[in-house]
Design a protein around this ligand. Structure first.
Ligand SMILES: Nc1nc2c(ncn2[C@@H]2O[C@@H]3COP(=O)(O)O[C@H]4[C@@H](O)[C@H](n5cnc6c(=O)[nH]c(N)nc65)O[C@@H]4COP(=O)(O)O[C@H]3[C@H]2O)c(=O)[nH]1
Length: 744
């Protein structure tokens, strides 16, 4: 079945209208034509006979008149003409009547026969009359007309009249019938037209309603879609029917579904995007928090670093760096105001002993308490700083006169007067204070610091627990030290340093088993200068590192030479300054010296003092252990003068213990020294060490040491330090008894 599309519906509508118009036109035309034909046939059937009857009546009437007039004529010619006329009229009537009777016969044969008969008689009368007339028998004519033909004429006239009346009635009936028929047909036409128009109007109305209703639905759906009304996209669009509008609705619905699907996809994408944005935002927030934590941590670390860079971790006091900065600022401030700054350099007397005997924890506690006492002894605006170790700095700014610092120095001394309670110990620890004044004693912080340091040494030399201003003497001494340093540097470059060698001797056999290398400065001005005059300066300035390097090379070279010259077991002792232990150069240097002269490590003896070990620095400990592993002999020098801590001997790989000459000197007189030396020898041997006694000058001392089984002895009894050539001549490959000694 074909689909009833909108196009088809419209075509049907137009076709319907066309057909209706055509039908109405056709039917109307037919009705009119039928009515006309009916009227015509009515006219033909009824009115024409009526007209013919009228004509016949007229003709018969004229014939009667002519008949009646004929006897009144007097003139023959007129009668003849009249007779002629009457004959003509009669012939005409007769023809007309014959034609009429032909039509009447089928309908009314009786009337036709009657009428024909009456005419035939009347004609006969007329013929008779005319014949009389022609002979001018006018009276006869009069008689015939009056008595004979008159009834004939009347019958004919009556008959024609009756026929005319009947025909007239029939014509009226036929006409009425035709009119009634026409009215019926018009009515039928009108109804048909009305029904057709109504049906058409209904069809068009329904069509229009269907189209406009569905178009409105579509319009509303489109508006909702366009306005994105709540749920508009989700509601299906259903357009009823099977036409283009339904197709449009379906297409619209497809579009709606696609829009809905796209919207759903967009919403899903949007939701996902939002969730990802939320996730990302959360991540960012987390990252931000993490970053913030890291920034805070970094700030704290920076703060810690900043603090560590500027403050001392133990005492919480500003460190040297910050103190120098504050000193600069105080100097700048006083430069403007014309006031004075006094820098106090404070060193705790005998702190090293406390540290060593009571341990580092006690030492640290002492430093903390000392810092607190210092802090309380000065004003809040004064800076108290830790310079390092047991050294403190106090910056006193804005002083009207340098003498104002004296009272503060006294106050500091007073602050240290009460004993310190350190754990279970109660100690009196005094400070030595050196004071340098700005601008009098220096214009830059480092010079002021150096001068305060020198003044502090002056206070130490003055007996400790006191204060000293930097003055000319102190200055002169420092200048002297500077001059020594300068000259010493030149001496090193000009190769004015020399090594003397002092033998050490096996106590039991008096055999010379080795030598100690002792430094001298062969000064062009002062002759042969001993180490006491310049070693401390060299240590103070750091020049000792270079000098020590030179000593090690020279001593090793000499050792190799003597071992190669027939003393293969010969040993060489070299003094090494604590300063040389800084960094890792010493170990490398020793290795290189041994390697370059193909010396066994055991041929070299490195002598250190206890001072090296007091600070317990990791680098010192590592170097000592590495030297021990290498096989180099380690000797503890000047044992007994310092803290004589046995722990050092146990903790480090020492081979040799050297008893200081201070204890050997009075062995003959002082029983305490004898006891001390005896105990030291016992203890050293107990620890598996080789014990050397220094400064043996007398046979008595030697005898005692021999009795105590001291392993080795060294001293003027066998020989003072001498130049290598003399050493070779006197002692190389010899026992001390082989050649005369130069005992003092
Ligand atoms: N009164 C007396 N003295 C005797 C006797 N036997 C030896 N001496 C002296 O005692 C010192 C022994 O050296 P030390 O204890 O290591 O003490 C040395 C050592 O600590 C240091 N020293 C010497 N040479 C060097 C060196 O090359 N480097 C380093 N860092 N220090 C050195 O200088 C200190 C002093 O050395 P010197 O003046 O050569 O003095 C030497 C020596 O001449 C004696 O019987 N009686």
């Amino acid at each position: 079945m074909r689909r009833l599309t909108l196009r088809r519906k419209l075509l049907i509508s137009f076709a319907g209208i066309g057909l209706l118009v055509i039908a109405l036109w056709g039917v109307g035309h037919q009705v009119i034509r039928e009515a006309a034909s009916r009227l015509e046939s009515t006219l033909t059937a009824q009115v024409r006979p009526l007209a013919r009857l009228n004509r016949l009546q007229s003709q018969i009437s004229r014939i009667r008149v002519l008949e009646v007039e004929l006897p009144r004529l007097t003139d023959l010619f007129a009668v003849s003409d009249h007779v002629e006329l009457l004959s003509a009229e009669s012939s005409g009537f007769e023809r007309e009547l014959a034609s009429f009777l032909d039509e009447l016969k089928p309908q009314d044969p009786t009337a036709a026969a009657s009428l024909n008969e009456h005419w035939r008689r009347y004609r006969a009368d007329l013929n008779n009359a005319t014949r009389q007339a022609r002979v001018m028998a006018l009276d006869e004519v009069q008689r015939i007309a009056t008595f004979e033909s008159a009834p004939r004429f009347k019958s004919i006239s009556h008959q024609l009249k009756a026929l005319a009346e009947r025909t007239e009635v029939r014509a009226a009936d036929a006409f009425d019938q035709a009119l009634a028929q026409q009215a019926r047909q018009r009515s039928w036409f009108m109804w048909t037209a009305a029904i057709g128009l109504a049906a058409l109007a209904l069809w068009i109305g329904l069509l229009a309603r269907s189209v406009s209703g569905r178009l409105s639905h579509l319009r509303d759906a489109a508006t909702q879609l366009a306005e994105r009304g709540e749920g508009a996209v989700g509601q299906p669009i259903a357009i009823a029917g099977d036409d283009e509008l339904a197709e449009l609705g379906a297409a619209f619905d497809t579009m709606r579904r696609k829009v809905a699907a796209r919207e759903a996809a967009l919403r899903a994408a949007h939701d996902e995007l939002e969730s990802r944005v939320a996730e990302r935002t959360q991540e960012l927030a987390d990252t931000n928090q993490q970053l913030q934590r890291e920034v805070d941590e970094r700030r704290r670390a920076e703060g810690r670093l900043h603090y560590q860079a500027q403050y001392d971790g133990l005492t919480d006091l500003p460190n040297r760096m910050l103190a120098m900065d504050r000193l600069s600022q105080a100097m700048l401030a006083c430069q403007r105001s014309g006031e004075h700054v006094v820098l106090v350099f404070l060193d705790l007397d005998d702190f090293k002993k406390v540290n060593d005997t009571l341990g580092h924890a006690v030492g640290d506690a002492l430093l903390v308490q000392a810092a607190q006492r210092l802090r309380h002894a000065v004003r809040a605006q004064d800076t108290v700083a830790r310079h390092g170790g047991d050294e403190f700095l106090v910056i006193l700014g804005g002083l009207k006169s340098p003498e104002d610092a004296e009272a503060i120095a006294e106050k500091i001394l007073q602050a240290f007067a009460p004993s310190f309670h350190l754990g279970e110990s109660e100690l009196v620890v005094t400070p030595s204070l050196g004071l340098a004044v700005y601008p009098e004693d220096g214009h830059d912080p480092s010079l002021l610091l150096r001068n305060a340091d020198l003044a502090m040494y002056d206070a130490k030399e003055a007996g400790r627990n006191t204060w000293r201003f930097f003055n000319q003497l102190v200055h002169d001494r420092s200048v002297r030290l500077l001059a020594i340093e300068h000259r010493l540097r030149g001496a090193l470059q000009r190769d004015e340093l020399v090594l003397l060698y002092q033998p050490f001797v096996e106590t039991s056999s008096h055999r010379v088993v080795g030598a100690e290398a002792l430094l001298r400065w062969n000064s062009p001005d002062d002759g042969l200068v001993g180490p006491d005059a310049f070693i401390s300066v060299a240590e103070h300035t750091g020049l000792i590192v270079e000098i020590g390097d030179w000593v090690m090379r020279r001593a090793c070279a000499q050792l190799a030479a003597w071992r190669n010259a027939g003393a293969p077991d010969f040993r060489m002792a070299v003094n090494v300054s604590p300063r040389q232990f800084r960094g890792d150069k010493l170990l490398a240097q020793v290795r290189e010296c041994l390697a370059s002269h193909a010396l066994p490590a055991g041929a070299l003896q490195i002598e250190v003092t206890e001072g090296l070990l007091i600070r317990n620095q990791p680098e010192v400990r590592e170097t000592l252990l590495a030297l021990g592993e290498l096989g180099v002999r380690l000797a503890m020098d000047d044992f007994g003068t310092g803290y004589s801590s046995l722990s050092y001997l146990k903790r480090f790989p020492f081979d040799t213990l050297k008893i200081d000459r201070e204890f050997v000197r009075d062995l003959g007189q002082d029983p305490d020294d004898r006891a001390l030396v005896t105990a030291t020898i016992r203890m050293g041997k107990g620890l598996g060490l080789s014990v050397v006694a220094e400064g043996v000058e007398t046979a008595q001392q030697l005898q005692f040491l021999a009795e105590q089984e001291c392993d080795l002895v060294q001293g003027f009894l066998f020989g003072e330090p001498v130049h290598p050539a003399e050493f070779e001549e006197r002692w190389l490959n010899r026992a001390v008894g082989d050649t005369p000694t130069h005992a003092a």
